[in-house]
Ligand binder design. Structure first.
Ligand SMILES: Cc1cc2nc3c(=O)[nH]c(=O)nc-3n(C[C@H](O)[C@H](O)[C@H](O)COP(=O)(O)OP(=O)(O)OC[C@H]3O[C@@H](n4cnc5c(N)ncnc54)[C@H](O)[C@@H]3O)c2cc1C
Length: 245
């Protein structure tokens, strides 16, 4: 792998499915330059109707849910690149990430590729667990034991549910903020004065908004969601590859 003129990021998320996009949302919202690289094959595209993600009382199209996650990460400032990561290499203080067409460097890497681990084979010390499918050994916060390298979602052995994998992606994102010693308390939006009228400084990571700003954001939210749900999702219903041959 050569490492000349490579784009630099704070965080590269390998895999932009449920867990990866959720991790990217949290790191991007808190100012880390974040890139998701995704091969476009989230297994959630095979779901016929997603009925157990909190917040959707009569379910949601799984492809719509992925679109919403991606748009949310985009709006938070995360970059997104279609591609397949073919190699990851530990350098002195960073990682080199190689796709079929590009090279990048990053301080933190999050592997969120469900059961795909080929690109990790040159990283010494990653614990690969084979239970019929492959997983990456981590602590409860997604740390692999290699400084700067994390795993999220199904790849980290989490239960095979979208809500759990999304939650774990978010947790790994927050773990990076903590490990980075980034000033961070909670990712909260609170009403005007919630902290400051009690004589407290606004905690890092928190925001206070007044009633006018709250209404502006609520209106923007209604408009975006109406647009998303105005029509059926045009995406193709995928199935198990062995059934479509
Ligand atoms: C038929 C079916 C129905 C399901 N129904 C439900 C349901 O009703 N409710 C529920 O909670 N869960 C459901 N699931 C499970 C749910 O989809 C998964 O648990 C969830 O998607 C896992 O999230 P993840 O981010 O770990 O993996 P994924 O969402 O699969 O994301 C992994 C991403 O990594 C990418 N990737 C892989 N290798 C590379 C690489 N080398 N470089 C770049 N990108 C790469 C893939 O393209 C993919 O986008 C269903 C699954 C199936 C198969």
């Amino acid at each position: 792998m050569t490492h000349e003129s490579t784009a630099q990021f704070d965080v590269i998320v390998i895999g932009g499915g449920v867990a990866g996009l959720s991790a990217a949302l949290f790191t991007a919202r808190h100012g880390l330059e974040t890139l998701s690289i995704d091969a476009g094959g989230s297994i959630l595209r095979r779901n016929a109707h997603l009925e157990n993600v909190p917040g959707f009382p009569v379910g949601v199209d799984g492809r719509r849910f992925l679109d919403l996650l991606k748009e949310q990460a985009d709006r938070a400032g995360a970059s997104y690149q279609e591609g397949t990561v073919t190699g990851l290499e530990r350098l002195a203080d960073t990682f080199a990430v190689e796709t079929d067409t590009m090279q990048y460097q990053t301080e933190y890497a999050i592997a969120a590729t469900k059961n795909e681990v080929d690109y990790l084979e040159d990283v010494d010390g990653v614990g690969i667990v084979d239970r019929g499918k492959t997983f990456v050994d981590t602590d409860e916060r997604g740390r692999t034991g290699i400084a700067g390298l994390y795993a999220a979602g199904r790849l980290a052995g989490k239960p095979h549910q979208a809500a759990v994998c999304a939650g774990h992606g978010a947790e790994v994102g927050v773990t990076i903020l903590e490990d980075h010693d980034r000033p961070f308390y909670h990712d909260w939006v609170a009403p005007d004065g919630y902290f400051t009228d009690r004589g407290r400084d606004l905690p890092p990571g928190c925001e206070e908004i007044d009633a006018a700003e709250r209404e502006r954001r609520a209106e923007a939210s209604r408009a975006v969601m109406q647009e998303h749900f105005a029509e059926p999702h045009p995406g193709e219903q995928l199935t198990h590859p062995s059934l479509s041959e």
